[in-house]
Ligand binder design. Structure first.
Ligand code: FAD
Length: 326
């Protein structure tokens, strides 16, 4: 059958033999015989839709995190925002990224080249925009940590360094399979992308800490102090969400199935959502050091809110702010 390709011939580095004793087998050596154009797609729903736009919107329904792909060419560091990142294999450790063939990054990646993946944290949205070329004149210097001669965006939630072991044709994009040489994960909330816009997890959205101080003081006034030894469970996953905690001294670590999710320090609250909806705890909280916390029961919180109508309104304002896409 005649070979048919879209988006031009694949670039030269494609399907080069892989050296160094690592020889992946299977697909990736050939191109599809029949490549459909996006305009030929069958689109369900309203007639007259632009098939390519509908295809794009369909893909956008898949929620992802956001990464910055980085690489270094002599002294020059180049970064690019990408959500087309996927884990491939644990043994050997492999990941893949999909890069637009028009992107500058595309010209920098080839077999043997290392790329870094920085999984962005919720508060790194501006970096995502920056590395997507969406911001105007950049003001602040971006800070990188260099591992395996590969720059990684400082403050990201997770880092990986991978070496390109295979590059595959992917239409107007290319797939760069990387063998992972370095991995690091931290704690915090990820930046999310869905339907063409940024989103965030509401799991750890602060409610009480955002209330006006006088209302907060009324809620915490009747709290009872409790002390925990390092390593002691403060709450366990599945426990009833009947208490709100404010840390007075020390640190508490939030864990799920033994994996750390976040750390809270003095002045920080936890159990904020559970104390409102009364549902079971979604994670363990363990004292990371000698811990002194103020504990306020669900009944006390409810009594205060019922006594003080301004408190109810303030909480609604905080919750509405969480749902707004800022
Ligand atoms: P450029 O457009 O030249 O650079 C990108 C930006 O990064 C520029 O503003 C540049 O100033 C800045 N920059 C680069 N290096 C540095 C540095 N060392 N210090 C400071 N700033 C620097 N495209 C894909 O191909 N695949 C994807 O998976 C993908 N996912 C995306 C997900 C999201 C959420 C978004 C917003 C965009 C995504 N894009 C993706 C689009 C891609 O990020 C942009 O097209 C990007 O501009 C391509 O970068 P480039 O390599 O062509 O370099």
């Amino acid at each position: 059958m005649a070979e048919r390709r879209i988006a031009g011939a694949p670039p030269l580095e494609f399907d080069l033999p892989v050296h160094g004793g690592f020889a992946p087998m299977g697909i990736g050596e050939t191109f599809p015989d029949e490549a459909l154009d996006a305009d030929e797609l069958e689109i369900a729903g309203e007639p007259g839709q632009d098939p390519a736009a509908a295809f794009r919107r369909t893909l956008g329904m898949f929620a992802t995190g956001v990464t910055v792909i980085t690489t270094q060419d002599s002294e020059q560091v180049h970064g690019m925002t990408a959500n087309a990142f996927m884990s491939v294999s644990l043994r050997p450790p492999l990941v893949v990224i999909s890069v637009d063939r028009r992107a500058k990054m595309h010209a920098l990646l080839n077999e043997g080249r290392r790329y870094g993946i920085s999984v962005l944290a919720d508060e790194q949205r501006t970096l995502s925009d920056r590395f997507a070329g969406r911001t105007g004149e950049a003001t602040e210097e971006v800070e990188f940590d260099v591992v395996h001669e590969t720059p990684l965006v400082r403050g990201a939630l997770a880092h990986l360094v991978a070496r390109v072991v295979r590059s595959n044709w992917g239409g107007d994009h290319s797939l760069f399979v990387g063998q992972v040489e370095y991995a690091r994960y931290g704690e915090g909330q990820p930046l999310l992308f869905h339907g063409g816009r940024y989103e965030h997890l509401l799991e750890r959205a602060p409610v009480f800490s955002s209330l006006p101080p006088e209302i907060l003081a009324a809620i915490t006034a009747e709290g009872v102090e409790r002390i925990f030894e390092p390593g002691e469970f403060v709450v366990r996953e599945g426990d009833p969400g009947d208490e709100l905690f404010v840390i007075v001294e020390g640190d508490a670590r939030v864990e799920r199935k033994g994996s750390p999710l976040a750390t809270f320090g003095p002045g920080e609250f936890f159990g904020e959502i559970a104390v409102i909806d009364g549902r079971p705890r979604s994670a363990d909280v363990v004292a990371a050091s000698p811990l002194r916390a103020l504990v306020i029961s669900r009944e006390l919180v409810r009594d205060t809110v019922e006594r003080e109508p301004r408190a109810a309104w303030a909480m609604l304002e905080v919750l509405a702010g969480r749902l707004r896409d800022d």
